[in-house]
Design a protein around this ligand. Structure first.
Ligand code: FAD
Length: 357
């Protein structure tokens, strides 16, 4: 419901960054959240939901369940003008302030019900297979291999990775610890071997790698990084604000370069740091603070600024263990496991969104 008298803040993208920003701004603005999905997905719970589909009941949250006064528009942004966001279904959403939070391309189902069914299907695939091929050795591939190895120790898991080490965003020592952990769980890790994605089919059981090896597996999962969702910005007023990698260039106060009333947050920004949800949440809270200042009439020179911290990353390794990359230390085992692996921060994130854990 539009609230008369309050400035209109349009948030494009309902991932963790956009969702938290929309929620935080509700008391101070007429908020519109634009997202092609009808739900927020806590993305870091995705791999657990593939081995335990009921886990997704808590990690997929209807936007309407955490928002109270905001208007939810279920569509995609296709253009931005000086005054409005245009949507794929033909709407024009006027804004006083705009926040771009479109992160990475989201290729899964747009409805929560369908997304729950996807997890059931993925789980059915794992359950009915004796051997599983995972393509990609980034966090998604590693976490999925670990979830399957722990929950289904009888299944043969092979992980094929194009690079020469796992998790290239952590240091060499952490990569090696991760490899040792997977190997201890009998996961077969193949390096510098890619699988031609175009040749994949659901019935094929033999996978040829770029190194000429043949992997036999009853099913496969593609776990390679998704592209940024910024191609839609190429013909908008923000086209000059994209860097060569398609990231939105922001100032220290997270306003988009060249604009006073447009901000960007989360994975889509060019902030030089590991792309993490907890950082997208920090961006959201900082931008909410800045929007409130602007709404109260503060000049842009008084806005709060963002500074990057030490890179922190925790990769879960099944239900009890994990791997943490801390500033001067890498840890594997139960301590990082206690921090992340049991509940994957789902309860914490739900509470932050004002819901029961
Ligand atoms: C396996 C895995 C494990 C991870 N583990 C962790 C972890 O433990 N801790 C952590 O902090 N981070 C973790 N991350 C990273 C985290 O998921 C991301 O950093 C975070 O999701 C970024 O949030 P975001 O809101 O910027 O973007 P996204 O989550 O990518 O959301 C973008 C949103 O924009 C929407 N959108 C896209 N295009 C459009 C459009 N044109 N119009 C309207 N809407 C659009 C999408 O539907 C989506 O809702 C993990 C990631 C992966 C893959």
């Amino acid at each position: 419901m539009a609230e008369a008298g309050k400035p209109r803040v349009v948030v494009v993208g309902g991932g963790i960054g956009g969702a938290l920003l929309a929620k935080t701004m509700e008391p101070d603005a007429d908020v519109v959240l634009l997202d092609p999905k009808d739900y927020l997905e806590i993305t870091w719970a995705e791999l657990r939901s593939m081995v335990e589909p009921s886990f997704a009941e808590r990690s997929l949250i209807y936007h309407r369940d955490y928002l109270t006064t905001a208007t939810i528009v279920t569509s995609s942004a296709v253009n931005i003008t000086e005054h409005a966001v245009l949507t794929a279904d033909g709407q024009s959403l006027a804004y006083d302030y705009l926040v771009v939070a479109t992160g990475h391309v989201f290729a899964s189902a747009g409805s929560r019900t369908e997304r729950l069914a996807e997890f059931q299907r993925d789980n059915g695939k794992i359950e009915s297979s004796e051997s599983v091929l995972i393509i990609g050795g980034g966090p998604t591939g590693v976490e999925l291999a670990a979830e399957i190895a722990v929950d289904y120790p009888e299944k043969k898991v092979t992980l094929a990775h194009r690079g020469s080490r796992l998790l290239d965003f952590v240091d060499q020592k952490a990569s090696k610890k991760c490899l040792d952990w997977l190997t201890s769980k009998k996961v077969d890790v193949l390096f510098q071997q890619s699988v031609d994605l175009k040749s994949l089919s659901d019935t094929e059981k033999f996978y040829k790698t770029s190194a000429g090896e043949t992997i036999t597996a009853d099913c496969h999962f593609v776990c390679i990084g998704k592209p940024l969702s910024s191609s839609w910005l190429h013909d908008t007023i923000l086209k000059e604000s994209l860097d060569t990698k398609g990231r939105v260039m922001v100032e220290k106060d997270l306003r988009v370069k060249g604009y006073n009333n447009i901000f960007a947050i989360g994975d889509i920004t060019d902030i030089p740091e590991i792309k993490q949800g907890y950082l997208a949440q920090k961006h959201a809270l900082l931008v909410a603070k800045n929007l409130k200042l602007l709404i109260k009439g503060s000049p842009p020179s008084k806005l709060a600024t963002y500074s990057t911290g030490f890179p922190l990353a925790i990769v879960s390794l099944g239900r009890k263990e994990g791997l943490a990359q801390l500033p001067y230390l890498t840890l594997t085992g139960c301590i990082p496991g206690m921090l992340k692996s049991k509940d994957l921060f789902v309860g914490k994130t739900r509470k932050q969104m004002g819901l029961n854990a």
